[in-house]
Design a protein around this ligand. Structure first.
Ligand code: ADP
Ligand code: ADP
Length: 216
């Protein structure tokens, strides 16, 4: 299964990606996670990306695409993958299509996580991420009173770009640059919308149902 998750920041892509990828036994490839690992590792790529990420802007396409090409060339991605956070604009989607054609494969399905703006802001404002295992939590929805990851004991942190002003800018960037992907993939006839409101497990169940025609 070759799958892409799209949806605004805070829709629950990273959260659902963890479960869907594990259910399907495919690698989860989150460009935001790869950038953050490079930022904390102090690499050249991290230094370049940080400036854009802190502002809530997209990292330039050539950098992002080269990074994804390298990741998709790794052996664990040959039989399937779940992309979370890529593509994020139509040029990236067009290049992904060509890249997969070169590899002799194609996307099976693009799942759009649908959730309204108010819920997105609530989700982002309370998001906490584990500095050790990368697992995503929410202060209210997961009732996190301490800053400790229940999965691995690591310390949770609030992402620099989850501050109110940056959140607003990221939502604008989503509307301008990423939302057009929905019609792009609808035209390709591989788009399926999933209601992403309600408890995490219910959303996972809806996503798995939407994917079921492709998993047999
Ligand atoms: P969220 O899940 O909140 O939407 P991500 O973790 O996916 O955020 O991305 C965080 C930041 O990393 C983005 O705001 C952007 O700066 C950068 N980024 C991630 N994916 C891409 C991409 N495909 N193209 C350009 N920039 C990206
Ligand atoms: P994205 O990757 O789309 O930016 P995340 O998966 O990081 O979104 O989720 C954003 C925040 O919302 C996190 O704090 C996460 O715990 C929380 N969250 C995700 N899905 C749900 C849900 N169905 N109900 C409540 N909170 C959720």
């Amino acid at each position: 299964m070759r799958l892409v998750l799209v949806g605004p920041p805070g829709a629950g892509k990273g959260t659902q990606a963890q479960y869907i990828a594990s259910n399907l036994s495919i690698p989860k490839i989150s460009t935001g996670d790869i950038f953050r690992a490079n930022v904390s590792g102090g690499t050249e790529l991290g230094k370049l990306a940080k400036e854009y990420m802190d502002r809530g802007d997209l990292v330039p396409d050539e950098v992002t695409i080269a990074m994804v090409r390298d990741r998709l060339s790794e052996s664990d991605a040959q039989d399937g993958f779940l992309l979370d956070g890529f593509p994020r604009n139509v040029p990236q989607a067009e290049i992904l299509k060509k890249m997969l054609e070169e590899f002799g494969v194609a996307l099976d399905i693009v799942l759009e996580l649908v959730v309204d703006d108010e819920e997105v802001v609530r989700r982002l404002a309370g998001r906490r991420t584990c500095s050790q295992c990368g697992r995503i939590w929410h202060v209210d929805f997961d009732d996190k009173k301490d800053d400790i990851c229940d999965a691995c004991g690591g310390r949770l942190y609030q992402r620099d770009d989850d501050k109110e002003e940056t959140i607003r800018h990221r939502l604008e960037v989503y509307q301008e640059q990423t939302a057009p992907l929905v019609s792009f993939y609808a035209q390709e006839r591989i788009l399926v919308g999933v209601d992403a409101t309600g408890p995490v497990e219910e959303v996972t169940q809806r996503a798995m149902e939407a994917l079921s025609p492709y998993t047999d």
